[in-house]
Write a protein that binds this ligand. Structure first.
Ligand SMILES: Cc1cc2nc3c(=O)[nH]c(=O)nc-3n(C[C@H](O)[C@H](O)[C@H](O)COP(=O)(O)OP(=O)(O)OC[C@H]3O[C@@H](n4cnc5c(N)ncnc54)[C@H](O)[C@@H]3O)c2cc1C
Length: 492
């Protein structure tokens, strides 16, 4: 029986083990707890939820709900366990955390193809097929080994996440397109402020309620990713020399230089969502909405992701991994879970599931095919493997990651991203940006659709577009499963 090593018995590792073992692979699953603790886990159970007991929205009309629906159709252990442990939580999939991790631990323990080994793995396996899914609290020796293998300066021990806004919710009568000193074309949207608006915003920022820092997170911030409110603490004018500096910008309508500016940068190549540049923050979420909606042009901003800064471990996936989650320099070594730059329990589990399927297919001589980027799984994979390595930060699933549903190419065929014989040294046949036409990974232009952002749409039109995105995703995910026999190799 082909063998696979999985390191990390968290959400991603368990889902990966389940998917691979279900396909006839012999899995050795290494989990260091309870022999070695992390700073946040409290038990020795597999797939422990370290914080909230919610797996997020379950309404299939939302992006997180769609991801869960896709996972369900892949026979996900995590979603099955969540259903078994369900507790009422409004629109969210709330679970009894003990029943949840106990259900997963039992299923893994009973699986004839999985052996659980309670041991810390201190270095990346050098040979054989393996999946690394050690999460945000990867032990330091393994983190060091990953860092060396990936020639990374660090594994980004702090997420510095700025809020992301739906492009359709921006007021284009107020913002203007320009880059400072005209360098970089019209890549940025600029929200101009006069002095009174700036002072009002500054006072609100200073008074905003913040998330307390956890004990193990009390490491100094990197100077280059300070929270916006910490920059503001240094003085009323400090943000004007940092992320809010107005230099090199003139309002095209008034011909005047704004007193302050907040810049928005397209977060994806479709220009459907924008990042507030330099606005990583530890403000509480309701406070972020209230205060950032004071920015001119963002009065009705719809936040697809809110900002945060927390301790994390993740790799620079766009630089390091292929579209099928293999380390480019070491085919056969897959990475999964939060380590690859997704945020959240469900997203991490989904990436574990895909890694498990890919590893099993590779070991049984089947081609590795990524789901189309029009699906929730595919949208996440596209984001983590095709984003700019320079600005890469972890992401949750949201509608902004999907190609727009109206106009242009509606379908994006699945991407062939590796060969069954990669384990013997054959490199991925397809690298980003060089996809053969028969296997285009993702649709649309290769850079944001500058300046062509649609004006704010009426609510009905927007809802219709989201329905179209959802319908297309469901159809193309089913087609991906059927066309590439994704479920056919599951042992009956
Ligand atoms: C403090 C904190 C709070 C969070 N709160 C939330 C939240 O409320 N909601 C949410 O959606 N997400 C939250 N997250 C993110 C959440 O942890 C991840 O989304 C999710 O658990 C990641 O899944 P994973 O499988 O990648 O990692 P994990 O679930 O953390 O699993 C990794 C496993 O690997 C093990 N491991 C680590 N190193 C080694 C090693 N060297 N050898 C063997 N085993 C090892 C760990 O013990 C762990 O069991 C939080 C993260 C942190 C750190």
């Amino acid at each position: 029986m082909p063998e696979l090593t999985i390191v990390g018995g968290g959400l991603a590792g368990c889902e990966a083990a389940w998917q691979a073992a279900s396909r006839g692979i012999s899995v050795r699953l290494y989990e260091m707890r309870p022999v070695k603790e992390t700073a946040a886990h409290k038990t020795g159970e597999l797939a422990e939820l370290v914080c909230s007991n919610s797996l997020g929205a379950m309404d299939p009309g939302t992006a997180p709900g769609l991801l869960k629906q896709e996972m369900r159709s892949l026979n996900s252990l995590i979603i099955t366990a969540a259903d078994a442990a369900y507790v009422p939580a409004g629109q969210a999939l709330g679970v009894d955390r003990n029943i949840f991790s106990q259900t997963i631990s039992d299923a893994i323990a009973k699986h004839p193809n999985i052996a659980v080994i309670r041991e810390e793995v201190t270095a990346l396996p050098e040979t054989g097929a393996a999946i690394i899914a050690t999460g945000p609290l990867t032990s330091s020796s393994l983190a060091q080994s990953i860092q060396m293998a990936t020639q990374s300066e660090s594994l980004y021990f702090f997420d510095a996440i700025s809020p992301i806004i739906d492009a359709e919710s921006i007021n284009y009568d107020i913002v203007f397109r320009a880059s400072r000193y005209g360098k970089g074309g019209d890549d940025y949207l600029n929200c101009p402020m006069d002095e009174a608006q700036y002072n009002q915003f500054y006072d609100a920022l200073m008074a905003g309620e913040r998330v307390p820092t956890k004990e193990f997170e009390k490491t100094p911030y990197f100077e280059s990713c300070l929270p916006i409110e910490v920059i503001a603490e240094r003085g009323r004018h400090t943000p004007l020399f940092g992320p809010m500096k107005p230099v090199g910008l003139v309002h095209p309508k008034t011909g005047k230089k704004p007193y302050a500016v907040v810049q928005l940068r397209a977060e994806n190549r479709f220009g459907t969502c924008y990042n507030i540049v330099g606005f990583q923050t530890k403000l509480k979420w309701p406070e972020q909405k209230r205060i950032f909606q004071m920015i001119p042009g963002l009065e009705k901003a719809e936040f697809l992701r809110l900002g945060s800064i927390h301790r994390n471990t993740f790799i620079n996936t766009p630089r390091l991994l292929s579209g099928c989650l293999q380390l480019r320099t070491r085919p056969g070594l897959f990475m999964a879970g939060q380590l690859v730059g997704v945020e959240g329990y469900t997203e991490s589990s989904a990436m574990g599931g895909l890694a498990g399927i890919y590893a099993a297919r590779m070991l049984t001589g089947k081609p590795l095919i990524a789901p189309p980027s029009t699906t929730a799984h595919g949208a996440l994979i596209t984001y983590i493997t095709e984003s700019s390595p320079t600005y890469f930060q972890p992401m949750n699933i949201n509608f902004g990651l999907f190609p727009p549903s109206g106009g242009g190419q509606l379908t994006s065929p699945a991407g062939r991203c590796g060969n069954a014989d990669v384990i013997t040294g054959h490199q991925d046949t397809v690298s980003r940006g060089e996809l053969p036409s028969s296997a285009t990974y993702g649709a649309g232009p290769s850079r944001p659709t500058n300046g062509r952002t649609p004006p704010a749409a009426p609510v009905g039109a927007k809802a219709a577009r989201r329905h179209a995105i959802l319908d297309r995703a469901r159809q193309e995910f089913s087609e991906w499963i059927a066309q590439y026999d994704i479920l056919a190799d599951i042992l009956k």
